[in-house]
Design a protein around this ligand. Structure first.
Ligand code: PEP
Ligand code: MN
Length: 357
């Protein structure tokens, strides 16, 4: 990490970037309220920090050992002063701002009619962003794989419905990209790209998606520790794309016998991650529990824990849903969730304001 002096000139910054490139590394330039900090992206073992320390305009050159320095709150304090949390704007929606944001929609897009009916329902319930899976990660090859599995034309058609529903009901849209071959196609239609839990470790996919320059919702793998999760988010940031929304969606349950939940929603991870990074953190109580009767409680708990919003699976007739019906709630139930979460958020925010005096 190279910390520039507060009065460093553009030319001096440019010179440091050039020197970094000469070493075969890339530079991540962050200009904050206080100063410019340049992160080295690549194998830092190859460079002599003493060489950088004596360049004009450089205040300090130091080796940073943490694997997610580009998204780290601690290091953002060097240029932002207070290490401010980041707000990601998607159209008129601000993720990580003063209000919790609700992403809702079907697990899988099944038909145009189904998608539009759900989109209308979630909009009325107060949701901000429409989700709908088109390429579904499934444990069994014998189950519905999403309309995208039908081929390029079917995928394009389903994606166009998503875009159309978003425009009609005035909501940005998000869908999962499951493989590298889908990146270009999906990017044409959606506002936010989703990386599913199973693909958290796919660095080639992460890199390719990051280059699109669109916001990315990045889900934690069910077996990943927090440091691992953030280290892989760093692959996205390393491409110069810091519009990363982290999503806690549950880790593998432990012990023998019946677990009663599909995964264990790791709520402590929310504030723990927020201390480590300035990126917004959301929670997914649907996959986190696998049970519609637990969505209300866990949504409230996640917002109380400080989540910037939720991703919730919704279907007007959960029993009919082709994928994940047992964890889907109805639009009416979503409204109850959103109303309660908004009240809880206000309570927690006013408590924090009191604390600060
Ligand atoms: C999803 O959100 O559609 C999904 C498949 O979730 P996850 O990647 O967390 O399993
Ligand atoms: Mn699902």
């Amino acid at each position: 990490m190279i910390i520039m002096k507060a009065d460093a000139t553009e030319e001096q910054i440019e010179k440091v970037v050039e020197e970094i490139k000469k070493c075969g590394l890339r530079a991540d330039v962050s200009t904050g309220a206080y100063r410019t900090v340049i992160g080295l992206v690549g194998d830092e073992g190859k460079v002599s920090f003493d060489h950088f320390a004596v360049l004009p305009g450089v205040k300090e050159a130091m080796r940073v050992e943490i694997p997610y320095k580009l998204i780290s709150r601690e290091y953002s304090k060097l240029f932002e002063g207070a290490g401010e949390s980041m707000v990601i704007k998607v159209g008129s929606i601000a993720i990580g701002g003063d209000e919790p944001i609700f992403i809702a929609g079907p697990c899988a897009v099944e038909s145009k009619e189904q998608l539009f009916r759900i989109a209308e329902g979630i909009k009325k319930a107060g949701a901000h962003i429409l989700r709908g899976g088109i390429f579904k990660p499934r444990s069994s090859v014998h189950s519905f794989q999403g309309l995208g599995a039908g081929g390029q034309d079917e995928a394009r058609e389903a994606l166009s419905w998503l875009g159309e529903a978003g425009r009609k009901f005035d909501m940005p849209v998000i869908t999962e990209v499951r493989g590298e071959t889908q990146v270009d196609l999906v990017s044409e239609y959606v506002d936010i790209l989703q990386i599913g839990a199973r693909n958290m470790y796919d660095q080639d996919l992460l890199t390719k998606m990051a280059k699109k320059g669109k916001p990315i919702l990045f889900k934690r793998h069910f077996g990943a520790g927090i440091e691992e999760f953030l280290s892989f988010a760093e692959y996205i940031a390393a491409e110069g794309n810091k519009d990363i929304i982290l999503c806690e969606r549950g880790i593998l349950p432990v012990g023998k016998g019946k677990n009663y939940t599909r995964y264990t929603l790791d709520l402590a991870a929310i504030p723990a991650i927020q201390k480590e990074t300035y990126l917004p953190v959301m929670a997914d109580p649907s996959h986190g529990t696998g049970r519609r009767d637990l969505i209300f409680s866990m949504s409230c708990a996640a917002i109380a824990a400080g989540a910037s919003g939720l991703m919730v699976e919704v279907h007007y007739d959960p029993a009919e849903a082709l994928v994940d019906g047992p964890q889907a709630i109805t639009p009416d139930e979503l409204k109850e969730v959103i109303d309660a979460c908004q009240r809880i958020h206000q309570l927690v925010a006013s408590g924090k304001a009191d604390e600060k005096g």
